[in-house]
Write a protein of this length. Structure first.
Length: 413
């Protein structure tokens, strides 16, 4: 991989914990929200409802689940309802109707004390504008939430220092916010949220105030940090590239309504409607699509113990000039070319041990296509797609890569 971190993939099956469950959630701003809800059900638009009732539709009929350890992105244009929806999750904004469950608990039934506990210990927020206290040192800012909780000074400072080490600000503990760059200030904000050791991080446009280069750096640092702490993260952004880069799944919003939920590849290759299609049409597909989407299943592979005659026959039947070699558990051993197999056959070789070449280009199912293009351009062999145990999962050749890109691009036109 080109970068030192790897985005974590959340497997959604019956064994994965549902951290957050939201059902038919709506938020109407105004004195008569039921009027607006009635008109929405009749099919009126957000603008028509505002003109008729002076009520503003913030969120309507939101339904989704967030899994433990997932980075779930709420994305949309300004006014789409993404920040409103996030603030409903900890009831900083009070929903008009619907249900919200966190760890199975109905937070709509929490009193003020319960909500305070939720915000302090379960779901911490990271804000766009850092929200640091200018008169406090960095370590004092990070320890602030622990101070509010009544933790002893020495204990909270030790914990704050541990989190500062984690976000790479160990040497800045005694500095003041105005001595730090924007990116460093945002890391202080992130550290402050992490100091409470919450299960959930709510990040509202957390990087949008940063310069583009620093913003991308912070995205990378967030992913690197996530691989260590494995928090459940709800991340709000209007930036499609940011959403595609960090999200395990994305909920795309328009006019208060969620129009599609899916993985980055789902959103790009199977847009739910014309709005989504227009939203993603200018994305560079090579940066998003991954090896798994274009690989072929490796039916053509031979065992190391088999002879060159068997390898040649398999290559001839498949119409290929080289073939991967695996052991009995299908772990990749290397590759054999037709030329080498023919020479070995002429010399009476009984197996492939002497001619197998181990220097094979490799990829994981999550490797971006953008990284495979130069590899295939410089290699005379196809790319072997393997898992963590080196088992052969698939094969990518130049033709399949180009065909896959054309097919995927065609699907989003």
């Amino acid at each position: 991989m080109a970068e030192s971190y790897e985005k974590q993939t959340i497997e959604r099956d019956t064994e994965v914990e549902k951290k957050i469950v939201v059902r038919v959630l709506s938020k109407i701003f105004g004195d008569h929200p039921m009027k607006a809800l009635k008109l929405i059900k009749e099919g009126l638009s957000k603008e028509e409802i505002r003109a008729k009732t002076r009520q503003t539709v913030g969120v309507y009929d939101a339904n989704f689940e967030v899994f433990a350890g997932e980075v779930f992105v709420l994305m949309g244009l300004s006014g789409s309802g993404k920040s409103t929806l996030m603030r409903c999750l900890n009831r900083l904004i009070e929903p008009t109707s619907g249900e919200i469950f966190i760890d199975g608990q109905d937070i709509m039934k929490l009193d003020d004390v319960g909500l305070l506990e939720l915000r302090r210990k379960t779901a911490s927020m990271v804000f766009q504008r850092f929200a640091l206290f200018p008169h406090r040192t960095v370590i004092s800012n990070v320890a602030f939430g622990l101070e509010i909780q009544g933790m002893a000074e020495q204990e909270r400072l030790e914990k704050a220092q541990q989190v500062l080490d984690m976000v790479g600000l160990k040497q800045w503990a005694n500095a003041y916010p105005d001595q730090l760059s924007g990116g460093m200030q945002q890391r202080v904000g992130l550290a402050r949220a992490l100091a409470n050791d919450p299960d959930i991080l709510l990040m509202d446009e957390a990087f949008s105030a940063l310069d583009p280069l620093i913003r991308r750096e912070m995205q990378g640092e967030l992913l690197a940090l996530q691989s260590k702490v494995n928090k459940t993260i709800i991340f709000v952004t209007h930036d499609l590239d940011e959403a595609l880069r960090i999200g395990d799944r994305i909920a795309l919003m328009k006019d208060g309504h969620i129009v599609q939920i899916g993985t980055p590849e789902d959103i790009l290759t199977n847009p739910a409607d014309e709005y989504v299609r227009k939203f993603v049409e200018d994305v560079d597909m090579t940066k998003i699509l991954v090896a798994e989407g274009v690989m072929k299943k490796p039916a053509e592979a031979v065992a190391l113990k088999e002879g060159p005659r068997v390898a040649l026959r398999a290559m001839r039947e498949a119409g290929i000039s080289s073939i991967f070699v695996v052991d009995k558990e299908r772990r990749l051993q290397g590759i054999v070319t037709a030329e080498d197999a023919f020479q070995a056959q002429e010399q009476g070789a009984k197996d492939l041990t002497e001619i197998v070449q181990s220097d094979v280009p490799l990829a994981t199912p999550e490797t971006p296509i953008s990284e495979l293009i130069p590899v295939l351009a410089d290699s005379r062999f196809p790319v072997a797609v393997i898992d963590a145990d080196r088992k052969l999962l698939g094969v990518i050749v130049r033709g399949a890569l180009l065909a896959g890109m054309v097919k995927k691009a065609g699907e989003v036109q």
